[in-house]
Write a new protein. Sequence first.
Length: 324
Amino acid sequence: MGRLWVGHGSDEIPPAVMYGMTQVRTIDDLLQMLDQPVKPVIPGQGKNSAWDLEVTQGQGVIADDDDEDRDEHDGDDSDEDSGSERQKPVPAVLTGYQSHPKTMLTPLQFSLADSSRRPVQEISRVDSPQSSLGLQISDVEPLPSCIPREAVIQVLPETSKPHVMFWPGCVTVKRCGGCCNSDLHECQPTRSETVQVKVVQMEYTPRARRYFQFDGIVIRNITNHTDCSCQCKIKPQDCNPVTQVHNNCQCQCKKLVSCPARKLWDPVRCQCVCITSQQDRRCLKRQEWDDNSCSCTCRKDLEASCRPPHWFNRRRCKCQRRST
C-alpha cells in the first residue's frame, strides 16, 4: 500500500490558513475571520485562502437565556425528547458580530465539530462593560501595518575603496516594515526611489599625521521605499517549472502519486524517495546505492567495463571469465 509524505505535522497550522492571515489587518477582520468556517484548499486549484473576509450581516447573537425564554412560551413542558438532545442550529464562533461600537458578544458555543474546546469568553467592544477576563477588545494591540517606515541604513563605500570612510556612517530613510500575519509573506516594496544624501568622505592614511584625511563632501545614492505591500516570500521563479506550480505563496507539486513500499512522497522534489536511513545506505565495496530500488546494487561502471569473453556476476559484482 502506498504512503504519502504530507510534510506537515498534525499539530502544525496548515499553509492555507497561514496564507489567509495576511488578510487580517484589524480587529474587525479578526472577528470576521473567527466567524467563518475554513474552506478546503486543493493544491494547484487557484490562489484561494482558507477564508474570505466580508462584512457579516447576520442576526444578533442568541444566548442560552433566550433559548430558555422560548421554551417557557412554547406550551411544551415535557422534558422528554426522542432519545437524544433536541438539535437546533448552533451559532458558529462569533456569529452575529456586527461592526457597531456598542456590540457586545456574549458567551457562545463552538460548532459541533469544535465541541471539545472551551467556549469563547465574553468579548467586549470599546465602550461596553469589561469582559469577564477584565479586558476590553480595545486593549488588544493594533497590527503594525506594512508601510514605509524610518530605518537606519549604513552608508558604505565601494568595495574597491576599503580605505574610504563616510560620515555619518548611517542615514535615515524609508524602508518597508510591518507585520503580514503570515510566515509565507513579508513586507516588500512595490515602489521605490533614489534619494541623494550628502556625507563627508574621509580617506584612511596610516602613514600621515592624521589617520583620516578630509576628502570633501560627496553625494551618495540611497534607495528609499515609497509604497509597500505584503508579498510572497517564495516567488514563482523559485519553483521548478517542470514539476511545481506556484500557489498560495508555495511551490506545490503539479501532481501527487502513491508511492510503493519503502518509499514516501517528497513534496519538495515531487517524487517518491526511499525512507531508508543513511546508515542502511552504506553499501559494500563493489556496490552503490540505488534510489530506484532502495537497495544496494552493483556499480554500473564495473558492469559496463565487463567485455566478452567475460561475464558480469551480479551476485558477486565481479567480472568473471566464462568457464569452458
